[in-house]
Design a protein around this ligand. Structure first.
Ligand SMILES: Cc1ncc(COP(=O)(O)O)c(C=O)c1O
Length: 375
């Protein structure tokens, strides 16, 4: 069975390249190939010399060696490079789950975390983010969700769409739960590195649990979504074998120029992350002011990590609000209906440099419409 249409991606397919001002993107400010090449003096020659044959199936060894440096206990053979994180999610679900299995998924969430499994006949239980707890899900609830058929727990930290980052003790409780029940822990870490205070960074799950699969990508923390480059890292030989074999039916190997550029990006992880976090920090100050001025309209839990937050509208409907805002101002927000989470929230992205200007447009719109919407 085909997975249900990916509502968020369909929305972006429709609006991302036509809306005048994006205010819901999860990827931070990107850069040109030239800007990335400027991080290393001879990089342009290397790009010119990159051979355009197939690359090694699990990813170019030079790239996997660089990726392994992002982990404590992972070596290059414990990484499989994919075409974006998305391909790796699809592959994990298809190789490690089977019809009749059960998985627990942190929700609301990124739709492929549950729709791919559902389409395979896997039963999905949501592990619900609790808005009243600053979007923290309750670790004790996991014991109530687990069944004899449960095979995996899918988490995302820092979280899309709420921006929630578990404190270390909650992360440890999640690991202990997965360990106790022998579950695969599929840990989507594509926003890892974008902690607003680096002291809050959690270990990669694959470094601390042998049945964990850490998902990484250059799309978010590095701001290089156009490279279409993601990977999984795991100690599990079974996962590595199955996912490698499955990739033969997906993209076989990766794009050679992307792998070359990706290796440069990974070598400069600290600089790229510092650049993105500094944009995020400045934008959060703008948002603090904005939400203080519009406290009557919005409920906002300031995230501790990542580039996105989930904002509740104190009145009105999210879908209608977003449609009217887009029509009147060209500003794109993402309604929670597309995230299977009612019609009262919007996802807001704060990783782009032009946020102050776009928030200014939102502010002007709210002021102009204040009298007509007050009730
Ligand atoms: C949580 C999460 N996982 C995976 C992805 C997919 O990433 P990629 O663009 O690298 O395929 C996204 C993209 O928005 C995401 O937010």
């Amino acid at each position: 069975m085909q997975p249900n249409p990916f509502k968020l991606e369909r929305y972006f397919a429709r609006h991302e390249f036509t809306a005048r001002h994006l205010l819901c993107s999860s990827d931070p400010e990107s850069m040109s190939v030239g800007e990335l090449l400027a991080y290393e003096p001879d990089a342009i020659d290397g790009l010119r010399d990159t051979w355009l044959g197939y690359t090694e199936y699990p990813g170019a060894p030079a790239l996997r060696r660089e990726l392994a440096t992002l982990y404590e206990h992972i070596d290059e053979d414990e990484i499989i490079v994919h075409t974006g994180a998305q391909e790796a999610i699809y592959s994990f679900m298809h190789t490690m789950l089977a019809p009749g299995d059960h998985v627990i998924v942190h929700m609301p969430g990124y739709q492929s975390h549950y729709s791919v499994a559902e389409a395979m006949g896997v039963r999905v239980s949501p592990w619900k983010a609790r808005e009243e707890a600053g979007w923290a899900p309750d670790p004790d609830e996991l014991e109530r969700l687990v069944t004899p058929a449960t095979r995996a727990l899918v988490i995302c930290a820092p979280h899309n769409p709420t921006g929630y980052l578990p404190p270390r003790e909650v992360f440890d409780a999640i690991l202990a739960f997965a360990q106790k029940h022998g579950l695969w822990l599929f840990s989507d870490e594509v926003y890892r590195g974008l902690e607003h205070d680096p002291a809050d960074r959690l270990p990669a799950a694959c470094d601390v649990y042998e049945r964990a699969i850490s998902l990484g990508a250059l799309s978010k923390s590095h701001g290089l979504a156009g490279l279409r480059l993601g990977w999984i890292a795991t100690k599990s030989a079974q996962v590595l074998a199955r996912m490698s074999t499955f990739k033969d039916y997906l993209t076989i190997s990766n794009s050679a120029p992307s792998e070359y550029l990706a290796a440069i990006a990974v070598r400069h992880t600290d600089a790229l992350i510092a650049r993105n976090v500094s944009i995020v920090r400045a934008n959060l100050h703008t948002l603090d002011d904005f939400f203080a001025r519009h406290a009557d309209r919005f409920e906002w839990h300031r995230p501790r990590a990542g580039t996105i937050g989930f904002v509740r509208l104190k009145r009105g409907h999210a879908e209608q609000f977003c449609a009217e805002l887009l029509a009147c101002t060209g500003v794109l927000l993402l309604p929670s209906t597309l995230l299977d989470h009612g019609d009262a929230h919007v996802r807001l992205g704060f990783g782009r440099r032009n946020l102050p200007e776009v928030v200014g447009l939102l502010h002007a719109y709210l002021e102009a419409t204040a009298t007509s919407t007050a009730s």
